[in-house]
Write a protein of this length. Sequence first.
Length: 308
Amino acid sequence: MLHQKTADLRGPALLEALESHPGRVHAQLNLDGCNLTHWPDDLQQFTDTHLLSVYDNALSDLPDWLWNFRHLTTLNLSANRISVIPAGLGRLQALRMLDLGHNQLETLPDVFASLPALEFLYLSNNRLSTLPDSVRSLKALRYLNVTDNDFQTLPGWVGKLDSLTEFRAYNNQISALPDEIGSLSRLREVYVMKNRLTTLPAALGSCTRLEKLMLQGNQLSTLPDELGLLSALTELDLRFNRLEIIPESLASLPRLRFLDLRANALSTLPEELAHLPSLEKLDLRWNRLTTLPAAFGHLKERGCLIYT
């Protein structure tokens, strides 16, 4: 007899369906927020499912049968109590999205070379300080999130992630970005707030598709002139750093709309910033500025908001 496909069910309704109609096929298995402390045995028969999500439960381990779900493209294990990811993860070769965030992971298995289709990797809110070398082989990876971990450094091979468009690594202890980041020609958004950055690599200027660069809450005292090469940049957040000067090259950013310089140590600003053609908001509060360059009147006249 053919299995009967049902409408996608979620949470407790899905648990009930698994028990009352065990023969039905479920293309998506969503058990978010079900207060699970163990995996339902009935799940292991659905090896053809494409999506499995157990977000926001109390699971602490992963069953061996999970690695038989060879058709999975989405696996969400976030917000549980998982401390170990077995090497069996490498058998899920169809995965496109993997969310391991908000767990208790200190290490990851070095099996990512077996996940060539992976595009989205969420690792936030764990206890990670390194990434396995095999992550460098993820040529399809578009999104990498390692926020709220214990990273102090980032590997140079991050520059090998050719498809990366968004990188999030805020709330770590990172002291420097690797020069190789300049090789990420498709990079559009970088979020590295609340780290320990003191400088930025000049190579960052090679990321000419970069649109958002979020650097709040670091220890930056200078900026490389090469930031002026970021012709696609629309938002630059530099608040709560230690900047005393701003390079004139920032005036070469034709698409910059929002520039946040709050809470630095600026006493002067280059007049050239007044010629930023797309600037909509300039925040200068909590600096050492006593006056603004006269040319800034031009910004105000055309509607740019300036906060001092």
